[in-house]
Design a protein around this ligand. Structure first.
Ligand code: GLV
Ligand code: MN
Ligand code: MN
Length: 406
């Protein structure tokens, strides 16, 4: 029987980022593949039957009466999370849910539970969208929330398509896409996750039950100007997209700050070609916008688009905006929330501004979340943290919830 911290300790060297700090574990990179192997090995040790489905989702099955067929797995109880990370991310976003699921299996075995309903631990690829741009790509493929052709053609920063990466990792790109049979096997889905803000600190509670995920989306803004020489081009002769980009970033903050509950972020900017003595010919930037009200998200994006066009025109440039992903606000299944609250008495209900595979699955199967307190209140950063005692409480809470639902 292993604790969450000993499980996480066994992967603490995988994917450390010496430049950014924290961990960089993009999907299908060496570290993420190492983690997938680690998961398969850990699942094997627990006697779980591991398979990779056609979208690259890992499933580790605790079957009823040793039956491995789809029939006996239909309507199963599924828990899990992801192993990929943002660039320079923390140790817990994703892996905490996977390690807690494995620890919960240990706890249930220790309790002598013999499931009369199949139980699976699932690991979803590319939850962060840090390589191919679309968050929750695995669960979107599974549910058909992204069209298979669109997914196949997604490109990473090196120009590798998702189809190519999938093929290189043993998947058939032609078989990517909605998988009704795999989806039918999920009766209920529970994702345990590190809390990514100050919610549980402020409530002075170690564990929370997810109530909702606010709507979120990503847009790519391309500002095109005139590439030129930094020394010979007079200031008045420039069409510099970097200057327009700077104006747009300030406008985004102003727009979001004026809308209660809105969040808007530019975390990634790419000048092309990107030389110290080169006026960029083009700037690409990615905008992350979130709001509990989907209509407000749409109007914020429209306002940002208008301001970007104005700022670009002022600098003699042009701007185009393309949506890369969008998920509306999700309210988790009320019955499952009730079951989770009953399993973890006193745990407060918590909305979140972070996206999760549970949010994508919620449109198709009853889904719910458990959060574990993060004493720093910081996430998507090396400072993200979970105390061992809270991690143990989380695994026990998950085991209690699974036992109720089994
Ligand atoms: C994922 O963690 C996201 O909310 O972007
Ligand atoms: Mn994340
Ligand atoms: Mn996550």
């Amino acid at each position: 029987m292993e604790t969450v911290s000993s499980l996480l300790g066994s992967i603490s060297d995988v994917g450390r980022d010496g430049v950014r700090g924290g961990y960089s574990r993009p999907v299908f990179s060496t570290p993420e593949l190492d983690l997938r192997n680690w998961f398969q090995e850990q699942a094997g040790r627990r006697g779980l039957d591991v398979e990779t489905d056609r979208n690259g989702i890992l499933w580790a099955w605790w079957d009823v009466d040793g039956r491995h067929d789809d029939d006996s797995r239909r309507g199963a109880l599924v828990t899990g999370s992801h192993l990929d990370s943002v660039p320079g991310g923390g140790a817990f976003d994703g892996p905490l849910g996977v390690a807690s699921a494995l620890a919960a299996v240990d706890i249930l075995k220790e309790r002598g539970i013999q499931p009369q309903r199949a139980l699976a631990v699932a690991v979803f690829p590319e939850e962060e969208g840090s390589r191919f741009g679309v968050a929750c790509l695995g669960s979107r493929l599974l549910t058909g929330a992204i069209d298979a052709d669109t997914a196949r053609n997604l490109k990473d920063p090196n120009g590798t398509t998702f189809a190519e990466a999938a093929r290189a990792n043993g998947l058939d790109p032609e078989h990517l896409g909605r998988d009704g049979a795999a989806l039918a096997r999920i009766g209920d889905f529970i994702e345990l996750h590190v809390e990514q803000g100050r919610g549980l600190i402020d409530l002075d509670a170690p564990i929370g039950v997810g109530s909702s995920i606010i709507g979120h989306g990503r847009w790519k803004l391309t500002i095109t100007g005139q590439g030129n020489h930094a020394g010979t081009t007079l200031m008045e002769d420039r069409a510099d997209p970097m200057v327009a980009a700077a104006q747009v970033i300030l406008a985004i903050r102003k727009t979001a700050a004026a809308a209660p509950d809105a969040r808007a972020t530019v975390g990634r900017v790419q000048p092309i070609p990107g030389g110290t003595n080169v006026i960029a010919s083009r700037v690409e930037m990615w905008i992350d916008v979130r709001h509990p009200d989907d209509a407000t998200t749409a109007s914020l994006v429209e306002a940002v688009h208008g301001k970007a066009q104005k700022a670009a025109a002022f600098e003699g440039c042009t701007a185009t905006l393309a949506q890369e992903s969008l998920s509306g606000t999700v309210n988790f299944d009320t019955e499952l929330q009730r079951q989770l609250s009953a399993a973890v008495p006193g745990a407060p209900a918590l909305p979140t501004g972070a996206g999760h595979d549970a949010g994508i699955l919620a449109g198709h199967v009853p889904s719910g979340m458990l959060y574990v307190r993060n004493p720093t209140g910081i996430s998507h950063s090396p400072e993200e943290h979970v105390e061992d005692d809270d991690a143990n409480l989380g695994a026990t809470a998950l085991a209690d919830a699974l036992e109720r639902l089994l």
